[in-house]
Design a protein around this ligand. Structure first.
Ligand code: 4AD
Ligand code: MG
Length: 467
């Protein structure tokens, strides 16, 4: 055990560490041997984007035997004094008094050599890509957004609740659920009609992975007032796009006595809080994304922070699209769902910033949304942003029992399946609202990363569940 304190590379890079004798533990990013008989080692430990430059002098007892053979990717413990750096682009460096190699990385077989790899290639190495600059930065931003989420909702008086992962109800009514079963795939029990008999299954009924915690969230909102969930969500939709995952993380606030306007205002405050925190606390990572991934990113996000989100009703949006003179692949008309190209037009060309669309036709939205006075539209709202499109989907919920029952009947949903949801309208019903924000979508927006598969540690999508 060494006598000096172990500090992070992030701390070591701060001028405040100058003059201290410390220990660093991390991985070698590069080694450069100087003609003067010493070597430069760039060490990273994931605490920040930048490396610390360690000068390993030729006098070290293992200089020839170990230091000069260190290869990229090996793990190290180094000890020495932090000095003000004479080189450019860094405040400090370390003059090593000891360099200890902990785990080697064979240069013949270690995949992450200095050469740049495509994001597609790196997906095949999801076990090693966190060691790259981009994934390190994504990981830190993802962490900051998660932390901001809890800070924001806690400060606003929301209770964090845990909704089930395994559920019997299809919240979105879209039939895109993964079945959870312990029945044998071969020769499962069958009912007299020859269908698989799920009453013999583990839960005595059909069960699935959740597509949303909303319905259970409503149970708690109508008891505790303001709640939020933050958990994994699953969709068995066969979408091979840069914005869809089969497993993603969603944050779902739900608040009693909130109407659609309160809901939109909450979503705007929350998104802005995330942007503010990331710009403040992940400055170095954001600079990297701005330089390497999406030029102009930081300036664009600052504009978003300063401007109110534009609110446009679905009906107005359709007329804007019809009058745009753009040639869309999918034609627009009142009643049709908006495609990515339409969302992009609205956010990137028409508004040049975030847009909240509200009051959608009932026919293209879920059963639980509150019917408006016009009898055609529901109190739904989606937040759309440039490049990514929809990051938030939410609504005011139908709190009137008769309206909800009528809507469910129309859609062929069984009253029995939703008996407890209906009870919330029978006993002390209140107007209430909520939304879901896709964590990976907001990370894409904040970092400029183009593919959603590159902002989650282990992406699941059709045909892929490696790692
Ligand atoms: O619009 P969605 O489907 O809404 C709901 O699930 C509601 N129950 C939420 C609520 O009101 N409590 O999904 C909400 C958000 C979307 O706006 C999007 O950001 C994200 O979840 N999302 C996905 N993200 C990645 N991959 C997918 N397949 C996604 N589907 C939805
Ligand atoms: Mg949606």
């Amino acid at each position: 055990m060494s006598q000096v304190p172990w500090i992070s590379v992030s701390e070591a890079r701060s001028a405040a560490s100058t003059g201290k004798s410390v220990e660093l533990r991390g991985w070698l990013r590069t080694r450069r041997d100087s003609k003067g008989g010493f070597s430069f080692l760039e060490i990273n430990d994931g605490s920040c984007l930048g490396n610390l430059q360690v000068v390993a002098p030729g006098e070290l007892s293992n200089y020839e035997s170990v230091v000069k053979n260190l290869s990229v990717g090996c793990s190290l413990i180094v000890t020495g004094e932090i000095k003000a750096s004479e080189g450019q682009g860094q405040a400090t460096e370390m003059l090593a008094t000891s360099v200890q190699m902990i785990g080697d990385a064979d240069p013949q077989t270690y995949p992450l050599q200095k050469k740049r790899h495509t994001f597609e290639k790196l997906r095949e190495w999801a076990h090693l890509r966190p060691r790259t600059n981009t994934f390190g930065a994504v990981t830190r931003v993802r962490n900051r957004i998660s932390f901001s989420t809890h800070q924001f909702f806690q400060e606003e008086g929301f209770l964090y609740i845990h909704t089930p992962i395994i559920t019997a109800s299809d919240c979105e009514g879209a039939g895109q659920m993964f079945r959870v079963t312990t029945l044998p795939a071969e020769n499962p029990p069958r009912d007299p009609q020859g269908k698989v008999d799920f009453s013999k299954d583990f839960f005595g009924r059909s069960a699935y992975l959740t597509v949303s915690g909303q319905l259970e969230g409503e149970i708690f909102a109508t008891a505790c007032g303001k709640i939020y969930t933050f958990g994994p969500t699953f969709r068995a939709e066969n979408s091979n796009t840069s914005r869809h995952l089969a497993e993603f993380w969603m944050i779902e606030p739900e608040a009693a006595f909130f109407d659609l306007n309160d809901n939109m205002a909450l979503a705007e405050r929350y998104v802005k809080r995330i942007l503010k925190d990331v710009l403040n606390d992940c400055a170095e990572d954001m600079q990297f994304f701005d330089e390497r991934v999406e030029p102009g990113l930081i300036a664009a996000l600052k504009v978003v922070l300063d401007k109110p989100f534009e609110r446009i009703s679905y009906t107005e949006a359709i007329s804007i699209l019809e009058k745009s003179g753009e040639k869309f692949d999918y034609p627009v008309s009142w009643g049709s769902d908006l495609q990515a190209e339409h969302e992009r037009y609205l956010t990137e060309k028409h508004v040049q910033g975030p847009v909240i669309l509200y009051n959608y036709p009932a026919a293209i939205k879920s059963f639980y949304m509150r019917m408006n006075e016009d009898g055609k539209t529901v109190a739904a709202m989606d937040v759309l942003v440039p490049r990514v499109g929809e990051i938030v989907g939410g609504s005011q919920r139908e709190e009137r029992l008769d309206r909800l029952l009528a809507r469910m009947k129309e859609l062929g949903l069984s009253e029995q399946d939703y008996w407890w949801y209906l009870d919330l309208r029978r006993f002390g019903s209140v107007p209430h609202s909520g939304f879901g924000l896709g964590l990976e979508r907001i990370i894409q927006f904040v970092t400029g990363m183009q593919n959603i598969r590159d902002v989650i540690p282990f992406p699941r999508y059709p045909g892929s569940a490696e790692f």
